[in-house]
Design a protein around this ligand. Structure first.
Ligand code: PEP
Ligand code: MG
Length: 321
């Protein structure tokens, strides 16, 4: 039953056997929330805040400018949760002021949370702006490129110190603000249980997880044929992360491009994923797959999926889902 996309714009994302699925939007700039709402997103699953830092060649956004942007996103989402990722620069996104760095391999260098650990002033200014904005909506924090538990501990330490500052200044903020982590490095995927003890939720970044698991640069055309979300190594990591989070009882979402590919929706549902975040333009296409899905039937395919020896074997199984 291929329903017209317009017909399902206001339909609730629930499977045929009645399981509710959360459909969230990925955004890059505050104004993108309008599109997210128009496409029926139940919240923002990934606001790539680093785009605020790429806008102006010479100047970093000030604390107040950041506060305005985060507050705008939180308020425009009308009470829906907004997951704001802390600065994820380095690697593919390199601003002018960072170009001096002569890292031999930026993808394995000072990127994501690592850059923020090295540039504490940059990080703390952002955390202050985020905490101040958290008084105006439901903001959750998401830390990118985690590979080591110390990164979580240090982030919590910064957060607690800044909360004390704000309280002393009499500025409002959400004292219970949630802290989540991106699972996009294989080391974090394999040890996700330890991360989840210290985090409130995780979100799987498949773009990088595939890149690092398969040793395939995500922006190198010469090897793009190897950047395959159906490689069994990727399937096993996804299964491990999702089932571990379920066992521990903490939310797991996916915000990499896999989550927005309607051809992969049934696979992800089978693996147990219940929270998807994607470009707004993908939301209705994925929702249609969810409305047609029978979870009980999909789950029966998991043992065979985990035994598949290569991506083609996974693809063959998928064709029958
Ligand atoms: C990812 O790596 O899957 C992700 C969502 O983050 P980005 O694409 O911004 O690196
Ligand atoms: Mg990433």
């Amino acid at each position: 039953s291929q329903r017209a996309l317009q017909d399902i714009r206001y339909a609730h994302p629930v499977t045929r056997d009645g399981v509710e699925i959360e459909l969230l939007a990925n955004i890059e700039l505050p104004d993108d929330t309008a599109l997210a709402l128009a496409q029926g997103a139940a919240g923002i699953g990934l606001f790539r805040s680093e785009f605020l830092f790429l806008r102006d060649e010479d100047d970093l956004p000030t604390e107040d400018e950041q506060f305005d942007a985060y507050r705008q996103v939180a308020e425009s989402m009308q009470g829906h949760a907004v997951v704001i990722r802390t600065i994820d620069l380095g690697k593919d996104k390199i601003p002018k002021w960072q170009e001096e760095s002569d890292s031999p391999n930026p993808a394995l260098g000072l990127t994501g949370i690592r850059l923020c650990m090295a540039e504490t002033q940059l990080f703390r200014t952002q955390l202050r702006a985020l905490l101040r904005a958290s008084a105006y909506g439901k903001i959750k924090l998401l830390v990118p490129m985690l590979s080591n538990l110390n990164e979580v501990r240090q982030t919590r330490r910064h957060l607690e110190e800044i909360k004390e500052q704000l309280a002393a200044e009499g500025l409002p903020f959400d004292a219970e603000i949630e802290l989540g982590g991106m699972i996009e490095v294989p080391a974090a995927a394999l040890t996700v249980g330890a991360f989840l003890k210290q985090l409130d939720f995780v979100s799987i970044g498949t773009n990088d997880l595939i890149q690092y698991t398969l040793a395939v640069d995500r922006n190198d055309d010469a090897v793009s044929y190897l950047h395959d979300p159906l490689h069994p190594a990727v399937i096993h990591l996804l299964h491990h992360v999702i089932t571990t989070a379920d066992r521990i009882g903490k939310p797991v979402a996916m915000c990499g491009e896999m989550a927005g590919d309607p051809q992969l929706t049934t696979l992800l549902l089978a693996l147990g994923l219940r929270r998807f975040s994607m470009l707004p333009a993908q939301l209705l296409k994925v929702k249609r797959r969810i409305l047609d899905a029978d979870l009980e039937r999909l789950q029966q395919a998991v043992p065979a999926l985990l035994l598949a020896e290569d991506a083609n074997a996974v693809r063959t199984l998928l064709a029958d889902l």
